[in-house]
Design a protein around this ligand. Structure first.
Ligand code: 7RM
Length: 686
């Protein structure tokens, strides 16, 4: 491997990788190296250039000359087999998205081999297992060997370059090795969150036409056993493309092994710990990740090799102030994009020690995160507002009990962070001395797009604001007519007007849907689906989704998916689902259902509806409120007006806005009184 990895002859930039420095130093060093990288070969500063550039200067450069900015950065950050000849070839009007064309590389070489060459015994992963105090450390050498054995096992079972592999596992070194093993042989992984039901799993496996599924016999979560293999058994009955199920062991319990099943560790033991990496084109597929949209089934977003890896690595380094030797703790599950970019690819590409958090924030008690921070000496802690909101209710003593002096950066992601949670994180967890980065991004963006850092030196961070765009992210706010809004103190639809390396390239098997979902509303722009507010100073604050996607504890869910799951019930001709505010989860689904006239006991139907949603999607998708109504508010053309339903349940019925398109205005009173009865009963929908 040594010869191969170094063959391309591009050096690293010491300024970024080794930049330690005090509170003033690091960012200057970091950005100066970036500037050098963006100016010329091998990190040499052009004659007369300043030693460093400010955030606005670099930001402007990245926006005006993306090729000059990203090209040298890609060359110097990644290990290439063959250098690219074209930095980018993108057109948001036509959906053409190509980065680092002509280049060839292997993502697992970038995440493993290059570090093994330099320091094989440095720690790649600390697996914080569900059982507290039983963490396991895995070196880069060990992770490479495990990855190669798994890659060889996949090859022996017929997985070739381009084939899709489903990974249905809990957060664990083996799951990371499974992702990297796919990358090594050029297979495409699709990780499916272990909380999804058998039917959801089957839907994704079938859409991706996966050949192999990798899973565990059972997994542990918050001290409880989850029968993962049983769920896979149920799913693969519906999946004609699956040829093998590789079953690893997380517990000592035996599970039934059928004709598709292969014991993974046993097979891996027979394989060579060395596996030659496939040389992949920059734009070959790296992975698919399913995410909910406003209509239809979840979409399999496609991320490719070089651009994704570069973007996750650079954002990991600069947004979190990651420095060599740091222990990076992102507690997201690998089933979500945050786990892909900031547990696996970004940190490992940067040679970091990445924490794999298998447990929950409240197991065995509400001190779990901070006890873990103390024990593992975590330097950056990255989590979700829903967990912070939950923990702050338990009181500060659970935090103060533990030594958090190792922490330098705190990060938040997944949903808007309210002021109370922001201040608790900053004042209590971070003792007012940590940088708090509220980071906005999406499955589609591949990595962080809006965050308070990097920024110009000394810039303050304001509570509950995602702040400013990352280098190369050019934001635009659109008004209702689709016109770009200029200046400050404006709210509009959040769009990005220029391609960046981390953007998803398509929806698997449905490029037309990709174009319609993201590029149709505002031609020439990527539409995020979110709304945002821009202050006079140019800071951005995310106001929330503008479409029919809701966010439950940071999990994205399309209201249409819940509606489809409920509408499959024979007694239910129609439903409408909206997001309803919840103090911890952010939002929960609120369902309005119409029942057939001859329906008997509606309580029975409601129970069945709940169980339908749990089996068709996942438990978290089950509506907290189910309200039976006679009919739904519709426009004359027959569209359900969810906007009105949202106003009614959030107590804004006196300000319904334009109701002229409503087919029958008397419906408002009808629904309002049904809702008031429901509320007065204190019903949670039972
Ligand atoms: C990373 C991730 C994406 C959606 C996005 C937003 C919401 C994410 C923030 C946020 C306000 C944030 N990917 N969102 N981060 N809203 N502030 N810092 O979450 O694809 O699962 O979800 O999440 O609505 O569109 S995701």
């Amino acid at each position: 491997m040594a010869a191969r990895s170094l063959a391309c002859g591009f050096g690293r930039i010491p300024g970024i990788l080794q930049g330690r420095g005090g509170p003033r130093g690091w960012r200057l060093r970091g950005v100066s190296a970036l500037l050098r990288a963006a100016h010329g070969p091998r990190g040499s500063a052009p004659a007369g250039a300043a030693q460093y550039a400010s955030y606005p200067t670099l930001s402007e450069q990245a926006a005006r000359q993306p090729a000059a900015f990203w090209g040298p950065l890609a060359r110097d950050t990644l290990v290439w087999d063959t250098p690219y000849h074209t930095v980018l070839d993108c057109d948001l009007n036509s959906g053409k998205l190509g980065w680092f064309l002509g280049g060839q590389l292997n993502v697992s070489v970038n995440c493993l081999d290059q570090h093994v060459q330099k320091s094989p015994e440095s720690i790649a992963l600390i697996w914080e297992r569900d059982e507290p105090g039983t963490e396991v450390r895995i070196t880069y050498r060990e992770l490479l060997e495990t990855t190669c054995r798994l890659a060889n096992t996949l090859k022996r079972h017929g997985v070739h370059r381009g084939d899709r592999v489903a990974i249905y596992m809990s957060v664990s070194p083996l799951a990371v090795a499974a992702m990297l093993a796919c990358a090594r042989i050029g297979a495409v992984h699709t990780v499916i969150f272990a909380g999804f039901s058998a039917q959801s799993l089957a839907g994704r496996i079938n859409d991706a036409k996966c050949k192999v599924v990798i899973t565990f016999n059972q997994v542990l979560r918050g001290g409880r056993v989850v029968e993962l293999k049983k769920i896979v058994d149920e799913a693969v009955k519906l999946c004609p493309t699956v040829q093998h199920v590789l079953v690893a062991h997380r517990t000592d319990n035996k599970v039934h092994m059928g004709h598709l099943d292969i014991p993974l560790e046993q097979e891996m033991a027979k394989e060579d710990p060395v596996c030659a990496p496939e040389s992949m084109g920059s734009e070959d597929m790296l992975f698919l990740l399913y995410t909910s949209g406003s209509t239809g089934m979840p979409k399999g977003l496609v991320h490719t090799q070089a651009g994704y890896l570069l973007y996750s690595a650079v954002t990991h380094r600069l947004v979190f102030d990651y420095r060599p030797g740091d222990v990076f703790g992102c507690v997201a599950d690998i089933g979500w994009i945050t786990g892909h970019s900031y547990v696996v690819y970004g940190p490992l590409c940067n040679g970091a020690t990445s924490v794999l958090f298998e447990s929950t924030p409240v197991y065995p008690d509400a001190g779990r995160y901070w006890e873990t921070v103390q024990r593992l000496k975590i330097n950056q802690f990255y989590g979700a507002p829903t967990a912070f909101r939950l923990l702050l209710k338990y009181g500060d003593s659970w935090v103060r009990k533990y030594d958090r002096s190792s922490l330098r950066t705190l990060g938040s992601v997944g949903e808007p962070i309210n002021r109370e949670a922001w201040e608790w994180l900053h004042n209590v967890v971070g003792d007012r001395r940590c940088t708090l980065v509220d980071t906005w991004w999406q499955t589609e963006t591949g990595g962080i797009c809006i965050a308070p850092r990097p920024s110009e030196e000394g810039a303050e961070i304001l509570p509950a604001m995602a702040m400013r765009p990352f280098f190369g992210i050019v934001l635009a706010l659109m008004d209702e007519k689709g016109k770009v809004m200029e200046g400050g103190n404006v709210s509009g639809a959040l769009c990005i007007s220029q391609a960046w390396p981390g953007i998803a390239r398509t929806i698997y098997g449905d490029h037309q849907r990709f174009m319609e979902a993201y590029f149709k509303a505002y031609p020439g722009y990527y539409f995020t689906g979110d709304g945002a507010y821009r202050t006079e100073e140019g800071y951005y604050q995310i106001t929330g989704r503008m479409d029919d996607v809701i966010n439950i504890s940071g999990h994205r869910l399309g209201t249409a998916e819940v509606e489809d799951a409920m509408a499959s019930h024979p007694a239910v001709p129609e439903t409408a689902v909206i997001g309803y505010p919840h103090s911890i989860k952010g939002e929960v689904p609120f369902a309005f259902v119409v029942l057939k006239d001859d329906t008997g006991d509606s309580d029975v139907v409601i129970r069945e509806l709940r169980s339908n949603v749990a089996t068709k999607i996942a438990k978290y998708a089950v509506p907290d409120h189910i309200l039976v109504v006679k009919r739904l508010p519709k426009t004359r053309s027959g569209k359900v007006m969810r906007r009105l339903l949202r106003k009614i349940v959030t107590g804004k019925a006196e300000d319904l806005g334009d109701t002229t398109t409503l087919e029958d205005p008397s419906i408002i009173m009808e629904i309002l009184s049904a809702y008031q009865k429901h509320r007065d009963k204190g019903a949670s929908g039972q």
